[in-house]
Design a protein around this ligand. Structure first.
Ligand SMILES: [Zn+2]
Ligand SMILES: [Zn+2]
Length: 336
């Protein structure tokens, strides 16, 4: 089959690779849509990742079902979460493979969905493989994974309608976080980002106050929006020293900072402000596929305005260059 294979730093080529083999607990899915994730780009920029086939934000049709799998039939439209528990760690021994501390991840440790077919090694209907309601297109379904991360982060913060929330960093996770906040009726949503296309998208996604961080001071804007109190919650999706510092500065006393962005570099920080303001810093890594599918089904969240580019599998190299470099790129979608 065809797949988009990493040949070196910033070098992805579409090549012929062996077809996946269906394991007893696995399913094989014929891929219909697959998004490029910001996490993919972190790896894409590095040397030493030759052979990687990315792709964990995807959807398609079940093409083959393993002998031990029940409740999943071929031809079903699905999205899925791909991981392989190690089977030997503390959690795995308790039968809690979903908490495995050494799990292999689809699209990084084993081949992902930027291919004609993808193998999901641990297929459990409603747990890792999710049938799609008729309302969702394949592209909508490829948005479920990133949306689920945004949903998880917002849900963990439990913002109330009368509260103020700032989202820093307007990549796809930040933009979906805005939509989830809007769906919950949060009355003051501040969004801070840099690229014009993403600032425009923040408006569509429900932000009330949009800060162009290239020109304006995000902290000042958040303080002005809250009568100098600061925001109740910050969803930090950028993962940089500057945005981390901004988060602490703009959170009000007793506020929450949800850490979502991927930090490529170490931080230098003094926890004193966190102590003095009684802030809570919470790391967020998790998802909720059923809740995300429902948000897309009932139209409270929309994936379509965030898909900026589409490429075929043959054009995967160009798709990655676009996601990394094109100023208007939000979500680049590959449709085999
Ligand atoms: Zn992702
Ligand atoms: Zn394990």
């Amino acid at each position: 089959m065809k797949a988009a294979v990493m040949h070196g730093a910033k070098d992805i080529r579409t090549a012929i690779v062996p077809d996946p083999v269906c394991e007893p607990h696995g399913v094989i899915i014929k891929v219909k849509a697959c998004g490029i994730c910001g996490s993919d780009l972190h790896v894409y920029k590095q040397d030493g990742q030759e052979g990687t086939i990315f792709g964990h934000e995807f959807s398609g049709d079940v093409a083959e079902v393993g002998s031990q799998v029940t409740g999943i039939t071929t031809g079903t439209r699905v999205t899925a979460v791909g991981f392989k528990p190690c089977g030997t760690c503390f959690w795995c021994k308790q039968g809690k493979g979903h908490r495995c501390s050494a799990m292999a991840i689809l699209g990084y440790h084993f081949p992902g969905a930027m291919a004609e077919y993808v193998h999901i090694p641990f297929a459990v209907s409603g747990r890792t493989v999710f049938p799609l309601p008729a309302e969702l297109t394949y592209e909508d379904a490829a948005a479920v994974e990133p949306l689920s991360i945004s949903y998880f982060s917002v849900n963990r913060a439990q913002p109330k309608e009368e509260e103020s929330v700032a989202v820093i960093g307007l990549g796809i996770i930040g933009l979906y976080a805005l939509q989830v906040l809007k769906s919950r009726g949060v009355s003051k949503i501040v969004a801070s980002g840099r690229r014009p296309a993403r600032l425009a998208a923040a408006d569509i996604c429900g932000a009330h106050i949009i800060v162009d961080a290239a020109k304006e001071d995000a902290v000042k804007a958040a303080m002005e929006a809250t009568a100098n109190m600061g925001v109740n919650t910050v969803i930090e999706c950028a993962g940089t020293q500057v945005t981390f510092d901004q988060s602490i500065a703009m959170a009000r006393g007793g506020g929450k900072i949800m850490l979502v962005g991927v930090y490529e570099k170490d931080l230098i920080w003094n926890p004193q402000a966190v102590i003095a303001k009684n802030l809570s810093l919470t790391g967020c890594l998790g998802g909720n596929f059923p809740a995300s599918i429902e948000l897309l089904r009932n139209g409270k969240v929309s994936a379509k305005p965030l898909i900026s580019h589409r490429f075929s599998l043959d054009e995967a190299g160009e798709a990655f260059r676009t996601q990394l470099e094109h100023p208007d790129a939000i979500k680049v979608m590959i449709t085999p």
